[in-house]
Write a protein that binds this ligand. Sequence first.
Ligand SMILES: Cc1cc2nc3c(=O)[nH]c(=O)nc-3n(C[C@H](O)[C@H](O)[C@H](O)COP(=O)(O)OP(=O)(O)OC[C@H]3O[C@@H](n4cnc5c(N)ncnc54)[C@H](O)[C@@H]3O)c2cc1C
Length: 397
Amino acid sequence: MARDIPFSELTTLQVGGPAANLVTAATQRDLVDLAVEAWSGREPWLVLGGGSNLLVGDDGFDGTVIRVATKGIEVFARDAAAASVRLRVQAGETWDDLVAWTVEQGFSGFEALSGIPGSVGAAPVQNIGAYGQELESTLVAIEFLEEGADRPHRMTAAELELGYRTSVLKRGLRGIVVSAEFELHDTAAERAVLGEALGQPIAYAQLADALHVNLGDRVPVARVRESVLGLRASKGMVLDAADPDSVSAGSFFTNPIVTERVARTLPGDAPRWYLEEEAADEVTPLAGGVAEESPLDQFLAHQASLEAVGTLTDAAPAEPLVKLSAAWLIERSGIRRGFALPGSRAAVSSKHTLALTNRGGAAAEEVAQLARFVQSRVQAEFGIVLHPEPVLVGLEL
Ligand SMILES: Cc1cc2nc3c(=O)[nH]c(=O)nc-3n(C[C@H](O)[C@H](O)[C@H](O)COP(=O)(O)OP(=O)(O)OC[C@H]3O[C@@H](n4cnc5c(N)ncnc54)[C@H](O)[C@@H]3O)c2cc1C
């Protein structure tokens, strides 16, 4: 057990005070034992993966932090007729190592999620997504150790109620993801004919442009990965010790979802996606994969996660829902890339308005002040409340 290790050493934002007790689980047995021990003492506890979606306050965390470092990737089923493969992956595996490995194997379904930092266990928490893919297209189930239990049980993807950057885990179901089960497309048969492993149809315009293909085209998984990594690096969205813009928690705000009525109050050039269109255009389900949630279900799950709902005040169930661009709202409220409050060591990324960065030695409160300022500018200009994407511990916006 390590004492008083600061969260500034445990998170990618590099801010936050000490973790009173830090324990690390390298095996599934250890993970269960450490969790049961932490729960028996009735002290506060927190589970930690790569620390890439966490903003912890300057007072730190006065309890037990369980860091998940379990490893293992197992292919446990193949269905040649359906061209699918099932994997079970331990929670402490690094997400991007898993993506790289599946690309090498010629499995498709993760390639557009290349370069997202963090652990496999945290990926279902906010249903990670990028460049037209979301975890829910491939996640079948997790092994979940619910707070108070002494052994994990299986929860299906449907039970997790995955939505846009949310799940029941993010909305408050307490426990630990021990492992995750995925179904990917196995390109082996295609490869034998075509000589290459094609990925899922490209479902994101910027990625299609970078690859010089059309939306819906299929491109070798290795090329998709390379292209996504390039796009992400150009936005400071891959962890890189040489890039100060990557000292962040990724996107700090989610894209707001509003009713069509609210969206109509915005200037005509405000980017907007009707949720049904978005589901068809941006998210590519795997054939024969996990059952898809309807956009309305996704919305209802997301809505349940919103507390101070400036964005959804009058939502009538039948009214069409529209997703807006948080980056556009921030820029149009007058906040430019690189913006910092006077004297603050926190700044908006110089490459991407949605990321808040630590320019060196910032306090968590400086990041929070910047976040509040961004929220207040957008609310004053457009009447829309931006919600933080990272999990906040020991501070509030
Ligand atoms: C540069 C950068 C780019 C990013 N880009 C994206 C992106 O494109 N798309 C995207 O979706 N996200 C993105 N993120 C956010 C982040 O990478 C993901 O949310 C990731 O899944 C977090 O993983 P982690 O292991 O670091 O989680 P942590 O930060 O350690 O934890 C996040 C939350 O999950 C909980 N948690 C962690 N592990 C477990 C577990 N085993 N069981 C239960 N709960 C757990 C924690 O308690 C906490 O509440 C980005 C972050 C950065 C820094």
